[in-house]
Design a protein around this ligand. Sequence first.
Ligand SMILES: [Fe+2]
Ligand SMILES: [Fe+2]
Length: 276
Amino acid sequence: MSHSLTELAVEVLTTADGREKTARSHAAAKLWRDSRAAGTPLEIGSALPPDRPARPARPELLAPREMPKRRPGSEHGRIALIHAVAHIELNAVDLHWDAVARFASVPLPVGYFDDWVQAADEESKHFNLLCDRLEALGSHYGALPAHEGMWRAAEDTAGDLLARLAVVPMVLEARGLDVTPGHMIEIFRNADDADTVAALEIIYAEEVHHVSYGSKWFHFLCGRHDLDPAPVFRDLVRRHFHGGLKPPFNEEKRAEAGIPPDFYWPLAEETARRGG
Ligand SMILES: [Fe+2]
Ligand SMILES: [Fe+2]
């Protein structure tokens, strides 16, 4: 009996250990791709994802204000930065499989599933690349505390696919395009850590696609319901996203990913007016 795609998604979501979760994620993505290539795609099915994905006992999860401050220039600071990004990547694996399973009852072209399976597969690679870097530097994922509340965006948008697409790929993952090249990659380049630079460059190149999948399906659904995308996007972000939008924005990469300036600049101006 072959599994449905949503059953495979739920298996990933209910696996706690990071290396094991990402191994299942890679295997599920391969099963999906092979079935598509053979012209006999797996059934989508209707398995329900858990409210919260299973996670390992470590890292300890702390509120952002409880996180220890580290000097970014020190080796300890760089390890903490890689650890924080690994935590984001593991969360992203779950976010993309959740997008596959949670909205499977919405009638969508099969390309929607191709895109999020591909994104989940890439996030799994990103997590392992960063775990490898942590281990090469004498640490490991789970050795340091990590932000709690990463799943909040998923919970806040669990009932609305349009809101999920606006907040997760088009706000949170787009933010990664803003901060990765100028800020993060520079820190490791200055430290002569070529292996971490190489890992971050792979991540940066592939994240553009995840943002573009978000924009693609957001615009698709707006078109289906005859909605004007830019004001609908801004309204959904105001209602479902609890952090402000702040420049600098990587306008070029955002444009490449299909997010024009009128989607985010008005929100950034509102954030600035609130003093946020
Ligand atoms: Fe990623
Ligand atoms: Fe991503």
